[in-house]
Ligand binder design. Sequence first.
Ligand code: ZN
Length: 723
Amino acid sequence: MRVTAALVWIDPGSRRACSRGRGVSRSGGERAGARDPSTGETTKPPGAGPSEAGRYRRALRLVLCAALALGAAACDASLGPPRKQPLPALDNLPARRTAEPRPERLASYRIEARYDAATHKIEATQVLTWTNGGQSSVETLPFHLYLNGFKNESSLFMRSSGGRHRGERADERAWGWIEVPSIRIGALELRAKARHVGPDETVLEVPLPEAVAPGATVEVGMTFTAQLPRVFARTGYQGAFAMVAQWFPKVGVRVGSPGFETWHCPPFHVNTEFFADFGVYDVNLTVPQTHVVAATGVLAGARDNDDGTRLLSYRAEDVHDFAWMIDPYMEVLTGTAKVGDGTVLVRVVHRARQRAFARRHLAAAIGAVEHFSELFVPYPWSVLTVIDPPPEAGGAAGMEYPTLVTTAGDHVFMRDGIHVPEYVTIHEVGHNWFQGILASNEFEEAYLDEGVNEWADAQVMMRMYGEKASAMSWMGWTGDAYHLRRALDQSFDRVPSAIATAAYAFVDFEGYAAATYHKTSAAMRTLEKVVGSDRFAAAMKHYAQTWAFKHPSGGDLVAALEASLGEDLRWFWAPAFFQPGGVDFTVRSAECQPVHEPRGVFGEGASRKLVSGGDGKRGGWRCDVVVANTGIVPVPVDVEMRFADGSHQRERWDARDGSRWHRFTLERSSPLVEVWVDPDGDVLLSSNPLDDHVRLTPDTRASWRASARVVFWTQGLMQGVAP
Ligand SMILES: [Zn+2]
């Protein structure tokens, strides 16, 4: 799913600009003239050299395109007419690089699709081979018809999103939809009996002529027409570019206890869409010879037809989705990732003017494949493709599909060393593990994809760029991904939902994103710091190896961690993942008194003695510090006390004993001047760190909290970005 972090960091307006600040290459297809088949804009015919006036108009258009953020039509027209592309070389690689582990192949598709570049419409047939992997028989098959989420303003997607999605808006002149005029089993036509179920037309339920017994297989033939919308939410076209995702009728998943399985096939919600069974995809795409295609899987066949079209055959094994991109202006940059004793072909598909960023995305993708493979399980497929969409198609950017992702972050301010474009690529590539291989139910437990992935992304970036410079290393400034994220968003306690909330049940997108992405990542990092990074890494690897090519739940994750760590994690997991709120440390009080013998009257009669004033003074200070956690997650934490003579003392409060506050009493030769809870910033789950740190002097105690605010913000900034 889209990387919210990146969207925060990137000026949203930048995605409307057509230039990337690196200048516009004059090579490749960036020529003046001709007609863009998708936009209808007519200029000079193909092959004709641009006239003086044509060159002037082209230059003017490029300037306007970049400076005034004109639409996709103007941007595409500046690239010239689509030219016939050479027949692409076959990958000549197996769809899968590794033999094991393998999933149950329950849902496999053979699809024949023809793309019309002028209308952005797809005419297709498909055969689904579906196996009942449960222990109860099945009498209906429900299919997701995701594109109908973009059909009209009555769909659940449009009603709940208001036609807006992460800064992009739906175009009321360009709806998307899918129609399925024929559904057959053998010669039996079933379409008349099929019906839409739920609040809109995004789920089609097909009654079967006879029940499918446990272990039995059924073949369902379908004919469908898919009209892409103008892209504002993941799938659709913009100008000549199209990202074709969630485009075919996709069968639901049987879930539940053996013998009592039910269908999981909810309508298309705004924030969530991924959950499907594994299978094999053989997809034949008929496309214009002028267009470049990138798709899930490997290219196994390619031939040109006499009518100007081209047949491309893709095969993907052990995936649960199939997506593709088509565009006449794309280039391909390739590299190789080394994984174990083998290699993965990595390619970045991009337009010429994004060449400089493409090199960065390629390096990031290669690093991601290598490090995710080491940390979890080896990348099992032969190819990984990263698509860098043109900036005006920002709605398609930052998405994940099996072996195919879209990235983002190409912005003039993202200079070398500011790892935001790299982060987007690493995050989306990471989804090939946390969703592609560990195929959790994203509808119900999106944090297993997004938040766990975000934690893993930072691990990978630390390995790639260094711990202190994982997010940036630019002009002498460095920042690490975990603390930079924390500095940007410290509002866990303002989200009224727990992490373990269904993606469609959050109050709004901000609540979903804060809990699903950032709080989950912070919780994972906090737990990692408690148990030790090496032990936690081993435990996460155990989780990945145990659940690869299955559908793990949150319960499966914590069970795998507990098994590997050999300890009960309920003290942390239950409040951190199942309750709203987080950790909220506070220094409740801190003061020192000069140490002296007890004063007063001592003894009786002749031995009665009065001790007063400085009689009993023996030097030194007794300091009393009370720290508290008013949040809901008990976490062990270090507390550092610093003294006027420059010395310091670090103590640990282990709140796993159930204590909500702790008192430290110290005798020192020098008075206390500073108290710092979690001085290393290990507890990323902490909210409101404003009062985690105080500076005090005997004379200014009344104002210590005010001054602490200044210190805190400095601290937060320094933890996030350090010179
Ligand atoms: Zn994501």
